[in-house]
Write a protein that binds this ligand. Structure first.
Ligand code: FAD
Length: 374
């Protein structure tokens, strides 16, 4: 273990790995401290959908910027690591499962078309079933978004971390237990009895970020939100599209991924703390929702059922930037259900802040200062 790095990053999920890759590419020496193993939590068990068109609001432009960055990044990261992220480019169809959804979904077509990299059209029910005859007959049409990306989030996180290693990043398996300061300047990170000296610390602990707030004397208001995914046997011939719809009180994605399995994703449950036990209720509800869209799934056997935690801030937006009152301490979390998509843009923004003190990426409104009281 190196005794000094320019930057120590706590957390080896997609967020920490992406920041490390960017910093190392710009010449910084970096250590990632990871308590379990790389991509062992949400970053390794996410659906792996990169679709910047499915969200509006103040995060929309970062989503699109990050998606564009992926087009440049995926090749080099897989090549440098030798890890295949199982990248598929697939059409996305947002299904109208109730007649009342038609006007709102039709309006989406024009909103999405405004982004030059996406083509979108309204499909009548017969057009949807022409694309995929196994979709339920009980539908009212759908919005087609051509060419979203689907990948394996575990392989992507591993690829990013290993590509970072190939650029000199050191990965240390251990639990960070605090930040060492001289006055209010961070000069190191404690790992139990050991320490690593550094000039800057990046807190990328995902749902555990609240603990790191204690090290920075700042409230980092992040809570875990449990999310479960069910994988069943693949379809033959394979399902070539990603379908999504709102049914039985919630949303559901159905997609056949690079591993050959059909994934039904995902649940969102608040108030369960750090419990990641897969539940019978989630299995039942995801199966029902999947079968509502693709009835033939009824005969497909379960392959895997996973649960992990999204890191969620009170307003649902990420928390990105410098910790006020502390020199050399930065935070990157609160990515909720879009951390895989946002990783490249977060990587660049935080690397810019650490190395130059500023960034041209529009993250000002995502600073932790927005939660300050009084
Ligand atoms: C069911 C589900 C589906 C999802 N699908 C998508 C999707 O399709 N597309 C998308 O963009 N996003 C998706 N997401 C969201 C995405 O997975 C998360 O936003 C993202 O993985 C968060 O990454 P992270 O690196 O911040 O956190 P994590 O992956 O949780 O990593 C944090 C790391 O910090 C480590 N750590 C914690 N404490 C310490 C310590 N004291 N010392 C050392 N290490 C420590 C942990 O061990 C962990 O490895 C999904 C999430 C869920 C739950």
């Amino acid at each position: 273990m190196r005794s000094h790095s320019d930057v120590v990053i706590v957390g080896g999920g997609i967020v920490g790995s992406s920041i490390a890759y960017r910093l190392a590419s710009e010449g910084s020496s970096v250590t990632i401290i990871e308590r379990d193993s790389i991509g062992n939590h949400a970053s390794g068990f996410a659906l792996g959908l990169l679709n910047p068109t499915n969200e509006t609001g103040n995060i929309e432009s970062l989503n699109h910027q990050s998606f564009s960055m992926y087009k440049e990044l995926l090749g080099p990261v897989q090549e440098e690591s030798g890890v295949d992220a199982q990248v598929l480019t697939v059409p996305h169809v947002e299904l109208a499962l109730e007649e009342s959804e038609i006007p709102e979904l039709k309006a989406e077509v024009n909103r999405i078309k405004a982004f030059s990299e996406f083509h979108s059209t309204w499909l009548e029910p017969a057009d949807v079933r022409k694309m995929e005859p196994r979709i339920s007959e009980d539908i009212y049409g759908g919005v087609l978004v051509e060419k979203v990306i689907m990948l394996d989030s575990y392989n992507l996180t591993l690829a990013t971390a290993q590509a970072a290693e190939s650029r000199g990043v050191e990965i240390v398996l251990g639990e960070a237990t605090g930040i060492i300061y001289e006055k209010d300047r961070a000069v190191g990170v404690n790992l139990g009895g050991d320490r690593i000296d550094c000039d800057a610390v990046v807190l990328a602990l995902g749902p555990w970020s609240g603990t790191a707030g204690l090290w920075a004397e700042t409230d980092i208001p992040i809570v875990p939100q449990k999310g479960e995914i069910v994988r069943v046997e693949g379809l033959d011939p394979p399902l070539g599209i990603h379908i999504h719809g709102f049914t039985l009180g919630s949303s559901c994605s159905v997609v056949q991924k690079g591993d050959g399995a059909t994934w039904l994703a995902a649940t969102s449950q608040d108030g369960t703390g750090f419990d990641v036990t897969p539940s019978g209720e989630a299995l039942e509800s995801l199966s029902q929702r999947g079968m509502r869209m693709l009835p033939e799934l009824e005969s497909h056997q379960l392959v895997l059922h996973t649960a992990c935690m999204r890191p969620v801030a009170p307003d649902g937006d990420p928390i990105l930037g410098k910790i006020p009152g502390k020199d050399g301490v930065f935070v990157a979390t609160g990515t909720e259900g879009k951390g895989i998509l946002l990783a490249p843009v977060i990587g660049r923004a935080i690397a810019d802040l650490v190395t130059t003190g500023e960034t041209d990426i529009a993250i000002a409104e995502f600073g932790i200062e927005r939660f300050a009281t009084g």
